[in-house]
Design a protein around this ligand. Sequence first.
Ligand code: ADQ
Length: 465
Amino acid sequence: MSRLIVISNRVSAPKGEAGAQGGLAVAFAAALRENRGIWFGWSGDRTDQFTGQINFNRTNGVTTATIDLEDQDIEEYYNGYANRTLWPLFHYRIDLAEFERGFADGYQRVNERFAETIRPLIEPHDLIWVQDYHLIPLGQELRARGLENRMGFFLHIPWPPRRLLSSLPHAVELVRTLFAYDVIGFHTEEWLEAFRDYVTGELGGQVEGDLITLDDRCVKAIACPIGIDAKEFIQASGSPAARLAYRRMKDSADGRDMIVGVDRLDYSKGLEERFAGYERFLASHEESRKEVFLLQIAPPSRGDVETYQRIRLALEGMAGRINGAYADLDWVPIRYVNQGFPRPVLAGVYRAARIALVTPLRDGMNLVAKEYVAAQDPEDPGVLILSRFAGAALQMPEAVLVNPYSAEEVSDAIATALSMPLHERKQRWRALMDGVEREDVIWWRKRFTDALMAPGQTLDEAEPD
Ligand code: ADQ
């Protein structure tokens, strides 16, 4: 029997936390509760001197183990290499990527600190599952410390095209470290294909089915799309808090159709392009413009990084300008809200929305698209407008798919969604909902851990608390 050890940059409270939670936090809350495991990561707190002291906690059946990091670690590893180098580059924004040796050194140092700290907690049969771009070299650091366990890595963001990745100094060395793992997972075939292309083209790796061989190492590379905890979300949608939020939205909509957007404030989410698309709709549909309004919920994230401060200013400017140009005494076209909401409230808001605009320029998956579908009223479901460039688009072809860079396409999609007859809305929604329920977060976790376990190995499952 094996325990599951999940290692990610941040560890968040598994449930009931008000405010914005990353998609990852939500996914793991559901996945780890079933297993007697440990979720290890950075606490989010600072310390003057890194000591490797671990703080253990047990919340809602999940044991978490966290460490504090020094200011320099946070600046170079988290704000630096993770969020100013890898995140923009992996989201095709080479124009925003910053290449600093100090960032790369800090990234390496923190990965070593993670390895050093967690090494003593690991028992021989534990399954190790490392999450995301913050921790690519962690597997290699654990192997260097003698670990022979089965180890997997999952990337939650896109894998960039080969030529783009080649612009990262030492990309070859970084990608090579992935061969310390036994299994590598991506959300979609598209990201997996780009990874294979890099490994064969730049490193000389050999592909055979799921397996990729490089020198004396062989990894299994799979597409494994993450889902939401559909059951929990459907339950949340029926809760009193959700009903209250639904009523509040309906009352304040005053008979108008609400279009909703819910995203972390991030340039990858295409918020400026979305506002431009909506503005195009307002400009070209004079007769129906006052029958709708856009509610954009966008809690700030990564506020220590300058690009994020800039996008915040840009959006405030756009919302102000569009409202200034189009608002009337009794109608404002954009309600722009910069805060997080508890999940049941979010569920009520989704349900009250006739349309969801989920239009990232590039997104590993995008869980908001799935949450919106899960929150709908089966008798009167809304329409999902989804970017072709979100990983979710591959699983959700029944959404109205758009090119988020085209204001005209976004505008046309809004018009299409508004006039879509009930039977078509129901038909599309049913197909989307089937997928959301079938390929949920438990399915994702099983698919990955099944690929990771050695033949005959089983996970130590516990009853949920
Ligand atoms: P994110 O970039 O954070 O995740 P996403 O998948 O959309 O993107 O998840 C966001 C989560 O935060 C959703 O569960 C949403 O409900 C929640 N959220 C957003 N705004 C909120 C608000 N105002 N209040 C409360 N909750 C809010 C990364 C990748 C994605 C990938 C996930 C999971 O960038 O592509 O889908 O990881 O792998």
